[in-house]
Design a protein around this ligand. Sequence first.
Ligand code: LLP
Length: 398
Amino acid sequence: MITGHFPIARFETLETPFYYYDMEVLSDTLRAVNTERSVVECSNAPFNVHYAIKACSTPAVLQMIAQAGLGADCVSGGEVKAAIEAGFAAEKIVFAGVAKSDKEIRYALEQGIFCFNVESMEELEVISSLASEMGVRARVCLRINPDINAHTYDKITTGLSENKFGIPMRFLNQAVELCYRLPEIDFLGLHFHIGSQITDMEPFIHLAHRINELVAQVEQMTCTDHEGKAVHPVVRHINIGGGLGILYEHPNHFPIPDFKSYFDTWRTHLQLRADQQAHCELGRSIVAQCGNLVTRVLYIKKGENKQFAIVDAGMNDLIRPAMYGAFHRVENISHPDKEEQLYDIVGPVCESSDVFVENYHIAAVQRGDLLVMRSAGAYGETMASQYNLRRLPGHVIS
Ligand code: LLP
């Protein structure tokens, strides 16, 4: 069995479970994203990549991403704070979320972030009144729900009209008019996000075409500003959201996501003028493959028909298999060359869904072996909890 490269001697001295981030993989990934992004920029307007902090907010990871020049996409005041502390420039921070609190909005305004991705007209009014109290202006993009099916897991689709996210397309013109009527609001453009773990480019092509239509629709409008003057809206910024998927089955062979196809798709299908800028918000594709959950085998238990490898990591440490039925490859790094056997690999939490993989072939394990759950850098550590009063997994950096 081929495994990734892991410092096993160092792991042996550490309390398991923990997340291990391979900074070389992260740095290779960042190099790839910057290279492919710049190819688009050569033939088009600027293409800004914002890293979606919700995927992984471990400080060393954030710092490396900030140093690579990416911006940050945040969904809470806590994420805006983490971004600033990690060295992301405020003018590269965007802030989305359906329920931004007054405190979070004030904090983001104080920091002078680039833009709020606004999810309702009600929110627009609140941002405007808080900005007015503070004597500042707020830059906004309107998050529009484009009603496009990303054909990914049900629980991570966001761009369908039945989802809670974004402003429905039929209110787009009204929302743009409101932006111009509110004196503290600067309308920058439109924002979209249709879902996550998208590996087929088709949904992105649909989205690009929908965006082209909606940009044209907005730019045909005539609005009245707060002084009663007629204005023609211009969409200067187009944020296409995140969602590029990774290959969970092949972390060793394809550690770098297909950024080339992703940026090629946008270059081909999104109409961008020289006075416009594109933005995207990639999370999973930047960090998934650099992170691994390291766990130790506690017991091998024979069931009636099954063999269980019971490990010291649980669904509280990595909830993706239990929550989405997601697959993470598991490798035995203590004895990678033993003959394979069939196991259900399960955790200690008192829930029958605390199962990582079922009927899974892995090099025969024994008590004390170290296993790694691969491709766990995105939505792994950030979604960990203390359920069953377990300690949070924590992390180790390469
Ligand atoms: N922008 C917005 C507005 C988002 O809601 C998200 C993710 C992203 C960007 C980043 O998407 P990415 O490039 O990572 O696909 N916990 C789930 C994924 C939830 C994604 C939520 N939104 C999982 O473990 O699969």
